[in-house]
Design a protein around this ligand. Structure first.
Ligand code: SF4
Length: 267
């Protein structure tokens, strides 16, 4: 892993286009934010995986991502305190009573009140909290189309696909390989629905991390010397609810949650 001494070393890795997809005004501002630990280097979607592997761990201090997420959550809660939550509930087909909007996250109640305070029946990690709040702010209320597509087919998906495979699908596959109760948990605890096998997978389970944004997890067991594989599919209406960065972060959070559950069971 390479060591980074100053922001210019990060700047030299960027393409200099100032395209703002990282939500910074310039590549230089992004380099400074990364150096200060305020942004993870993978927030620039134009970097090769080797660059992220080589420099990611050198810059990201253990707490940095959590701090970054905490800032984002505080900002989103503030934005929620400024909107008409009952209108948001109508838009999303959610419940609104006693100044609280309630949606189902994995089938469990998740509420936010008009001051932006959160209460939930399910533990929502920092990764998941950001897209859940974004969904309340920006979700369109469109019903799922019932057509499954890959991450790559989502708007903005191609440039993030390699990271999605690396940070979401592969780690979840490793959990599935080692924690044999994973799919049982998905069905019994996380309100998953077993589907008729999708494209010949051994397991196909639909989960609802957000009420109108289902994901389908398909797993192929190892066979005849071939490694197992796992893919996550999305409904083709997903783009109407969240941008690609939020969909990516939501999946990172979901995988982190299942990893922790598996660890607790010694897998
Ligand atoms: S996304 Fe990458 S290329 Fe675009 S402005 Fe940010 S750092 Fe520069």
């Amino acid at each position: 892993m390479s060591h980074i001494n100053n922001p210019m070393e990060i700047y030299k890795l960027l393409n200099g286009s100032n395209c703002r997809e990282c939500n910074e005004k310039t590549c230089l501002a992004f380099a400074v934010a990364v150096f200060k630990g305020k942004k993870p280097i993978h927030a620039c979607p134009h970097l090769d995986k080797e660059v992220i592997d080589r420099y990611g761990g050198a810059i990201e201090k253990p707490n940095t991502i959590d701090e970054y997420k905490a800032e984002a959550i505080a900002m989103l809660k503030h934005k929620i305190s400024l909107i008409d939550l009952s209108e948001a509930a109508t838009r999303l087909g959610a419940r609104f009573s006693q100044n609280k909007l309630t949606i189902k996250v994995f089938g469990k109640d998740f509420s936010v009140d008009t001051d932006g305070n959160i209460s939930s029946e399910i533990h929502i990690n920092a990764y998941m909290a950001v897209p859940v709040l974004n969904y309340i702010l920006n979700g369109s209320g469109t019903s799922p189309h019932g057509k499954w597509i890959t991450f790559r087919e989502l708007a903005g998906g191609p440039s993030r696909y390699a990271h999605f495979q690396q940070c979401c699908e592969k780690p979840l596959k490793r959990v599935a390989d080692n924690y044999t109760d994973l799919f049982k948990d998905m069905l019994e605890i996380f309100d998953g629905k077993q589907m008729v096998s999708h494209i010949d997978s051994d397991v196909s389970i639909v989960l609802y991390p957000l009420p109108l944004l289902p994901i389908m997890v398909c797993y192929w067991k190892p066979e005849d010397g071939l490694e197992s594989s796992l893919h996550i599919y999305f409904d083709s209406a997903s783009d109407d609810h969240l941008d690609i960065e939020s969909i990516y972060t939501l999946n990172e959070g979901v995988v982190l949650m299942f990893k922790k559950i598996a660890l607790r069971h010694g897998a």
